[in-house]
Design a binder for this molecule. Structure first.
Ligand code: ADP
Ligand code: MG
Length: 346
């Protein structure tokens, strides 16, 4: 197994990133890897920067046995997903890596996944840091990513308005189900950030968030941020039957491995979906459907936002099916899991 030093690693990054594919490097005065810091190109008038960072830790966010190409993809994908939720256009990113050793075969595969996605979105790797972690310690990757939005137009969590529909993109639950089965899954390993959808929703959606910690938890975040932003009480009501289940969950139901209810619990509070959840006025339904069709990105209406009803003020997120409110013990199961790294495990 051939191993590289830190500086050989940086040289590999420079060789492998096809700069001609990246709009970043075509712009005046921009500078990527190789100096003490990167230099961003002048910002277009009327635009503002959007910055996000997300870490992946071996054993916590991925298994040591994961395909390194998928890992390279995922390290960037989860960060692009945050930009997508803001409606931002990706610009550039840095990568900090804590590695026990740098194996050339591993690196080749990792960079294939990383640069494949980077090229697809014209989002250039412009710097980072590389450190050795003690032998036996988990690997860790941290990306910092920059994007841009027209000034004042970013999609925020705090924009829910009474009367809005709640929507989700794609389908939910397959990654969480795969994790519970200790299996790999296409969507778990190769999440597709909804970058184009996020940008297309600017000026259409009132609020957005990406679903990394489970739909129920993310909707609660939307409500909390919106109540803080507007000082009015709000309730989000989610329709249990409307949640779009992933194909693995459908298969598991068909094969008798999961009940419909158990499958829906994965979809409602799983995690690692990297879909968008957003709200928009009812008048935008047709426009949203046509955006979804144009982008070949299915969207589903999963609920509504209302001004809080006195009887429901204790719950900012309510669940119902066609019979009425869901049973309290089911609601308990749905709301108890949204991923919190520092919550004591039950
Ligand atoms: P310094 O000691 O000044 O921090 P480094 O030796 O850490 O510089 O890095 C040298 C160059 O390589 C810098 O431009 C840095 O951004 C880049 N670099 C280091 N590690 C990475 C990485 N994991 N991904 C991308 N660029 C990196
Ligand atoms: Mg450094």
């Amino acid at each position: 197994m051939a191993e590289l030093t830190e500086f050989q690693f940086i040289d590999r990054l420079l060789q492998q990133q096809a700069q001609q594919d990246q709009p970043f490097f075509a712009q005046p005065h921009s500078l990527g890897i190789g100096d003490d810091a990167a230099v961003l190109p002048p910002h277009p008038a009327g635009e503002q920067l959007v910055v996000s960072t997300d870490m992946l830790v071996e054993g916590q966010h991925y298994w040591p046995t994961v395909d390194p190409t998928a890992l390279g993809h995922k390290v960037l994908a989860v960060n692009l997903s945050d930009l997508a939720a803001m409606g931002a256009k990706p610009l550039a990113f840095t990568l900090s890596a804590g590695l026990a050793q740098i194996d050339t075969t591993w690196l080749q595969a990792f960079l294939k996944g990383l640069f494949g996605l980077s090229r697809r979105y014209g989002c250039a790797l412009v710097g980072g840091d590389t450190v050795r972690v003690p032998a036996g310690s988990p690997q860790v990757f941290s990306v910092c990513i920059w994007g841009s939005v027209p000034i004042g137009q970013a999609l925020l969590r705090g924009g829910l308005q009474p009367g809005d529909d709640l929507w989700v993109s794609g389908h939910l639950g397959d990654p969480a189900y795969a994790v519970s089965q200790h299996r790999s899954d296409l969507k778990l390993d190769w999440p597709e950030p909804r970058v184009e959808l996020g940008q297309a929703l600017m000026g259409v959606a009132h609020a957005a968030i990406d679903i990394s910690d489970g739909l129920a938890a993310e909707v609660a975040h939307l409500v909390k941020a919106s109540v803080q932003a507007s000082s009015i009480s709000l309730t989000a009501t989610l329709n249990w039957q409307a949640i779009p289940l992933g194909p693995s969950l459908h298969q598991a139901i068909a094969a008798g491995h999961l009940s419909d209810q158990a499958a829906r619990i994965y979809a409602a509070n799983g995690g690692d979906d990297y879909e968008l959840c957003f709200s928009a006025p009812q008048a935008k339904r047709a426009e949203i459907e046509s955006i979804a069709q144009r982008l070949s990105c299915p969207v589903t209406r999963v609920g509504q936002v209302s001004g809080a009803h006195p009887a429901t003020t204790a719950h900012s997120v309510c669940w119902r099916d066609h019979h009425g409110p869901l049973a309290p013990d089911l609601v308990q199961q749905i709301s108890s899991r949204g991923y919190d790294h520092f919550k004591a495990s039950s």
